[in-house]
Design a protein around this ligand. Structure first.
Ligand code: GLN
Length: 452
């Protein structure tokens, strides 16, 4: 449901009834999109709305928040046993913004543990199911935020370190945008890999994506990487120079759908192929950087200050090891170990430094491409949603991120929107622009939305 449709319903029904109906649906749902519901507060806010006491650009609109985004007095677990009972004493910047604009926070969405994954299968709270086929994954790591847009929320926030907004958008047939690095404050986002990630909007249409981005973007001094710029959507219809990225590929079924989209685009815009040769190294570079940052970020979970803890053991070393051995899942442990290895003396130059050099090349390649192109396009994911449990091998799983991770290395914005179906399963189109060119991306997506 879109914001417009929800508002139309609000004209004839009370917000309280609509929100109650939403929670009925969530409580009966098989999707497992939520970890924690915010039912009492949501119903109170709905009553406020009905009494004319809730105002703002999102007044009375349900929004779901990914569970790695801190919410004051509302449990925030990162889908980890480590934070199973953690209740933050403060709101993330984006959550403050939602509240200021009158949004109704429905609950916290399910995800991969600490956002490490592509399917939500690493969640301590169980996998999120795909709304198109319950035996399939909804994508990840913001899988709950993607799936809940099928009748369990109107808007959702996700986070994207290497594709976590765009992947579930593609697998669930919804819209998702990873903003330019620095456009949205990360204050209150529990970090996985700081230099790569952004919080971004997910929705059922382009207009809603833009609205939510307008609300969450902007200045915040508590995030030192925040650019301090606002975002206003001003749709521009014009002829774009559109580059098809040769290195961003998919399987034959997805490519067939993509080729049809390219034809539609070609009728209205100038289309040509571009090659970004450094992209072939971006997957290993991404995983080395992401795991290195993760190994340092996750050192804070020591069982002392917050999160999972145990009765004290005789030695501090054993206590620390046991808390971490019991509190973290397999994938998180794997990444902490690999990240620690990549940063250790003797290997730092061989892995981490090399990955940073590749990152520079990727950035340069994109800058070169954006001299000739306004927009770049590719399939978002190389396949449609696969079966739960189908991919067991971590490396095969990492390879699913081949088209999405270069964007995070370069810090540029990218959107995923539905472009068609393969065997009844939705597949996404990735639309990329240069830094702070969200307006171009959204304008282009808005035009395509009416055509695809
Ligand atoms: N799948 C990627 C990873 O596991 C991306 C995750 C994300 O964007 N949070 O790192």
């Amino acid at each position: 449901m879109t914001v417009k449709e929800w508002r139309e319903r609000l004209e004839v029904e009370s917000c309280y009834d609509l929100i109650s109906e939403l929670f009925d649906r969530i409580e009966k749902s098989k999707l497992n999109a939520f970890i924690t519901l915010n039912k009492d507060e949501a119903l109170r806010k709905a009553e406020d709305f009905d009494r004319g006491k809730l105002e703002g650009r999102l007044a009375g609109i349900p929004v779901a928040v990914k569970d790695c985004i801190s919410t004051r007095f509302l449990r925030t677990t990162c889908a980890s046993k480590m934070l199973e009972s953690y209740i933050p004493p403060f709101d993330a910047h984006v959550v403050e913004r939602l509240r200021q604009e009158g949004a109704i926070i429905v609950g916290k969405t399910n995800m991969d543990e600490f956002a490490m994954g592509t399917t939500t299968e690493t969640s301590y709270f169980g996998v999120v199911r795909n709304p198109f086929d319950l035996d399939r994954v909804a994508g990840g790591s913001s899988g709950g935020s993607g799936a809940c847009l099928h009748g369990e929320s109107v808007l959702a926030l996700g986070s994207d370190t290497g594709g976590s907004i765009r992947c579930p958008a593609s697998f669930c047939g919804v819209f998702g945008l990873k903003p330019t690095y620095g456009l949205v404050s990360r204050y209150g986002l529990i970090p996985y890999a700081n230099s790569l990630e952004q919080i971004g909007p997910m929705a059922n249409c382009v207009e809603d994506l833009a609205l939510l981005l307008e609300v969450i973007a902007g200045k915040d001094e508590r995030d030192s990487t925040n650019a301090g710029v606002d975002f206003r959507f001003e749709p521009k219809v014009r002829r774009f120079r559109v580059g098809i990225v040769k290195e961003m590929v998919a399987n034959d079924e997805v490519m067939n759908v993509f080729d049809e989209v390219v034809e539609v685009v070609g009728e209205r815009h100038e289309v040509f192929e571009v090659s970004l040769s450094s992209l072939k190294y971006s997957l290993p570079a991404y995983y080395i950087i992401a795991m290195s940052e993760a190994s340092s970020n996750l050192a804070r979970y020591d069982g002392v200050r917050y999160g999972y803890s145990l009765e004290r053991l005789e030695s501090w070393g054993r206590y620390f090891s046991r808390v971490r051995a019991e509190g973290f899942g397999e994938e998180v442990k794997r990444r902490i170990m690999l990240g620690t290895y990549a940063l250790s003396a003797g290997y730092y130059g061989k892995y981490y430094l090399k990955a940073l050099k590749i990152r520079t090349l990727v950035k340069r390649d994109f800058q070169r491409a954006f001299k000739d192109c306004d927009i770049l396009i590719s399939p978002t994911m190389p396949t449609p949603a696969f079966k739960i449990g189908e991919i067991q091998d971590p490396l095969t799983m990492y390879k699913m991120d081949v088209n999405t991770v270069p964007i995070n290395l370069a810090g540029i914005p990218a959107l995923s929107m539905p472009m068609g179906f393969v065997r009844g399963l939705p597949v996404g189109l990735q639309i990329m622009g240069n830094h702070f060119e969200e307006n171009k991306i959204l304008s282009f997506a808005l035009e395509l939305e009416g055509l695809l």
